[in-house]
Design a protein around this ligand. Structure first.
Ligand SMILES: [Zn+2]
Length: 300
């Protein structure tokens, strides 16, 4: 398989990050505010990709875009893009190729993140892995026998909306009891405040918990057990080698871990837990960029 440099794009609703991945290194990284309109987005990606590739000393393999929404390989774009509605159904990859003459793929951002951690990060060398990201929401990616599992319509691994409590906390999706309403970084901060902790962010609540604040510790334990119920369900279903916890909320990993293990021990099949690794991500902000490159290279 080719290991030529890949231009990778991490496309978000607010920012567009573009970089060159050489081997497993992210170089020449630039950040732009995401322009509005499909043609403006594709135009900026093409322009910057050409600039990066002309500055590179070796040939470029192609362009890999990680974007928020359900990614369709057939379309070469997003079939559903709630955060960037202008890209709904737009053939992004074909347009980028037209402007650059380089092969292009579009992948779901959480899936790209997961591929990054599995190919180059915390689960390097492992074949069957679940990655759960704790950010504004809770997302995920599943790699089965070395291949990313996209699902029939490209929307697999939306683990944030697995229900842990039938009539539980209200989730942003409109349903009740989704794990996202307990264990996202945003929800951790909210939980802590409901438990009486004066913290405006998960980070502040974490610092208080580390100083021994009982209410803050209780909030992180609850976020951990909620996540643990989901992890146990996924372990029972997929019997993975590892579960990787990523995203900004993973900086609270040490406080979440006991709650996750508690539920794993109660709910998961002992044989599946015996050799299971529960680990924190290692690539941080680069996981999406590296994972998109890995997917273009056919490594996941
Ligand atoms: Zn939900």
């Amino acid at each position: 398989m080719s290991n030529k440099p890949v231009v990778t794009v991490d496309l978000g609703g607010t920012n567009l990050r573009i970089a060159l991945v050489v081997g497993d290194e992210v170089v020449n990284r630039h950040i732009f505010p995401t322009p509005r309109g499909a043609e403006a987005i594709v135009g900026l990606i093409a322009q910057e990709a050409l600039a990066i590739s002309s500055a590179s000393s070796s040939d470029i393999e192609g362009i890999a875009i990680a974007a928020p929404g359900a990614a369709s390989r057939k379309l070469g774009g997003l079939s559903k893009a709630p955060n960037l509605p202008e890209l709904n159904g737009y053939p992004m990859a074909a347009q980028v190729t037209k402007l650059t003459s380089l092969p292009c793929i579009v992948e779901n951002d959480a899936n790209a993140y997961a591929a990054g951690e599995v190919v180059y990060g915390a689960a390097k060398g492992m074949q069957t892995v679940v990655v759960i990201t704790l950010g504004t929401g809770v997302g995920g990616g599943i790699v089965l026998e070395g291949k990313l599992w996209r699902g029939v319509d490209g929307s697999a691994a939306e683990v944030g909306h697995i229900c842990i409590e039938e009539n539980g906390r209200l989730c942003g999706c409109g349903a009740k009891g989704c794990v996202e309403a307990y264990s996202s970084a945003t929800s951790m901060a909210k939980l802590a405040r409901e438990y009486g902790v004066e913290a405006s962010s998960a980070r502040e609540a974490y610092d208080l918990a580390k100083q021994g604040n009982e209410a803050a510790l209780k909030a992180f334990h609850r976020a951990g057990t909620a996540l643990g119920i989901v992890v146990a369900g996924l372990v029972n279903t997929l019997n993975p080698q590892a579960v990787v916890i990523g995203g900004g909320g993973s900086s609270s990993f040490d406080l979440l871990e006991p709650g996750i293990w508690q539920e794993l021990k109660i709910r998961a099949f002992p044989v599946a837990v015996e050799n299971l690794k529960l680990v924190k991500c290692t690539l941080k902000n680069y996981a999406g960029l590296l994972g998109a490159a890995a997917l273009l290279r056919g490594l996941a």
